[in-house]
Design a protein around this ligand. Structure first.
Ligand code: AHG
Ligand code: MN
Ligand code: MN
Ligand code: MN
Length: 342
């Protein structure tokens, strides 16, 4: 279909389901509920300071020790309310909730787990810059699906490779929804007139070669030697070992960095560092690193801890943090190589 009549998200999902004649449609329905949550959050974000209810929530500390912005709390609510009722979920987990969320008894339980960062980059809200929502869909273990027990933390501790689907919504100049159901990566743009996500990017691929990196350089005194070496070589430019000039970007909104890298290549690093022995890295494995890693790998890029493939990591805690490097394959492999060289 031509771009003047692009597929809607619903149509795309129907098309994907045709590949699995026995499929129940539950995954599609769940993804559509997530997309509805994202559209609702996009509207609230677009109202900025004018959004109603903002003065009534927020200000508490979440389990990460961060002060919640009103929109962190509202977005979390929107995710819960839009997805809990339909019978596709056995439980949820989020950056903003210390414990797994149990589906209320009023609703049927289903076979999937939803894990999300309701608003990523929320420190950018007050300055009206791009933020987003990140989500990951996992299968629930059999006992939970059968309704024999509630979900617990251990049910969520699945490696990124086990994700059934993952994606993010981006609340930027336009609202986008980026999705992988394990068959490549597609991008939709919200048509504000129709309120529908339209397939505008049918096959996203991370460009292989790049001369752009993203890292919070104010942490450089805490970096481990391989990271320092990599960045020094980039900074040395054409005269240095890389023989080429590099550009740097830092938005402080990982979802926006991931999107830029998906569109035009680059590498993102929030590496493990020596700042705090109890905090190996800044970003959270289950609802930030894994879904973004899944998208990047499905688009032909690479996601890593700096040392090992990210999607193979076996999580040990719901809010576990991890060193994260992702983007154009050759750069990520180079960074891994530096970590393995004596
Ligand atoms: P969140 O807003 O969900 O808490 O995540 C913020 C994360 C991520 O989006 C970003 O890359 C990083 O924090 C920014 O860290 P610095 O403040 O160290 O730049
Ligand atoms: Mn936060
Ligand atoms: Mn985040
Ligand atoms: Mn967040």
């Amino acid at each position: 279909m031509s771009l003047t009549h692009p597929l809607t998200l619903t149509q795309y999902l129907i098309e994907q389901r045709r590949r699995f004649p026995g499929a129940s449609g539950a995954l599609n329905a769940l993804i559509l509920d997530v997309a509805l949550a994202c559209k609702a959050i996009a509207r609230t974000v677009a109202f900025g300071r004018l959004a109603p209810g903002l003065d009534q929530v927020g200000g508490q500390r979440n389990v990460q020790g961060e002060v919640q912005q009103p929109l962190d709390v509202l977005s979390n609510e929107v995710f819960l309310r839009r997805t809990e009722w339909a019978g596709h979920l056995a439980g949820m987990a989020s950056e903003e909730m210390a414990e797994p969320y149990q589906i209320p008894q009023a609703w049927p339980r289903g076979k999937y787990l939803l894990v999300f960062d309701p608003l990523d980059g929320s420190s950018n809200i007050d300055v009206n810059l791009t933020v987003g929502s990140i989500f990951s869909i996992l299968r629930a273990p059999a006992g939970v699906t059968a309704g024999e027990r509630d979900v617990d933390e251990a049910d969520f501790l699945q490696p990124g490779a086990a994700q059934v689907a993952a994606g993010y919504a981006l609340y930027g100049p336009s609202t986008m929804f980026i999705l992988s159901v394990g068959n490549g990566v597609v991008g939709f743009t919200l048509d504000p007139n129709l309120g529908e996500f339209m397939l505008t990017h049918p096959q996203l691929q991370v460009p292989e070669h790049t001369r752009e990196f993203a890292i919070n350089a104010s942490n450089s005194r805490f970096w481990e030697p391989p990271v320092k070496r990599y960045v020094d070589e980039c900074l040395a430019g054409a005269a240095g070992a890389r023989g080429s000039d590099f550009n740097m970007r830092w938005i402080a909104s990982m979802v926006a960095e991931a999107h830029r890298i998906l569109m035009r290549g680059g590498v993102f690093l929030y590496p493990r560092d020596t700042r705090d022995a109890s905090r190996p890295g800044r970003l959270r494995l289950l609802y930030e690193a894994n879904p973004i890693g899944f998208i990047i790998e499905q688009a032909g890029g690479r996601a890593s801890t700096g040392r090992h493939p990210l999607l193979g990591v076996r999580p040990t805690a719901l809010h576990q943090r991890i060193g994260l490097v992702f983007g154009s394959r050759a750069e990520v492999e180079r960074i891994e190589r530096y970590h393995h060289e004596p």
